[in-house]
Write a protein that binds this ligand. Structure first.
Ligand code: SF4
Length: 191
């Protein structure tokens, strides 16, 4: 059933039943949901203009230079993709490597989704964000409150993806986004 805006009505989880997404929710979608809803919509509709940006290459290089002794990237169900996984005191640790903290919130939400995804499949884990250029790490724990927030994210993503494309709103990262020409063709970059 759809509402007046054509959005699908999503089932409530207020009685603590497991949330059953109506579409595949990948870690990338969670990330884009916290960066730009237009980007989320375009990506989810397979409008693929993404190309390898220099930052991506730097990220790969960081991974290769600093973490070669650890396991390689782990992909589960073609849905979540973790930079590397370790066991620490008998607990599974998911590690993500980031160059900066500019997108920290989106990166943390993505990690929380990984923890949520595994918990729903009976696997308890904890997360560690690695910022090698800053010489910092940050532990990430899926609390009951964060679990609820992730379920809100899932509902929000479904609302956006099943609706019309959100109108592009220019934000700081736009000039570096692969969809920039698509969103703002003819406007040019201000940066
Ligand atoms: S260019 Fe800006 S508005 Fe368009 S998808 Fe990218 S981040 Fe979003």
């Amino acid at each position: 059933m759809a509402d007046s805006k054509g959005h699908q009505n999503l089932e409530s989880n207020s009685d603590n039943r497991p949330l059953t997404p109506h579409m595949k929710i990948t870690g990338v979608k969670i990330n884009y949901y916290h960066i730009c809803h237009t980007k989320l919509w375009l990506f989810s509709h397979n409008i693929a203009l993404e190309h390898e940006h220099e930052n991506v290459n730097i990220g790969k290089q960081l991974h290769e230079e600093r973490y070669t002794r650890n396991k390689k990237e782990v992909t589960i169900d073609n849905t979540i993709s973790i930079d590397f996984v370790k066991q620490h005191n008998g607990v599974m640790e998911l590690h993500e490597i980031k160059k900066t903290k500019k997108m920290e919130d989106a990166h943390l939400r993505q990690m929380l989704y990984y923890l949520y995804y595994l918990r729903k499949r009976g696997i308890e884990a904890r997360g560690v964000m690695n910022y090698p250029l800053l010489n910092q790490t940050k532990d990430v724990e899926l609390t009951p409150e964060e679990e609820k927030n992730i379920e809100d994210d899932i509902r929000g993503i479904e609302q956006i993806v099943t609706g019309r494309m959100p109108h592009p709103k220019r934000i700081r990262i736009c000039p570096k986004c692969a969809y920039f020409e698509f969103c703002f063709c003819g406007e040019g970059s201000e940066d």
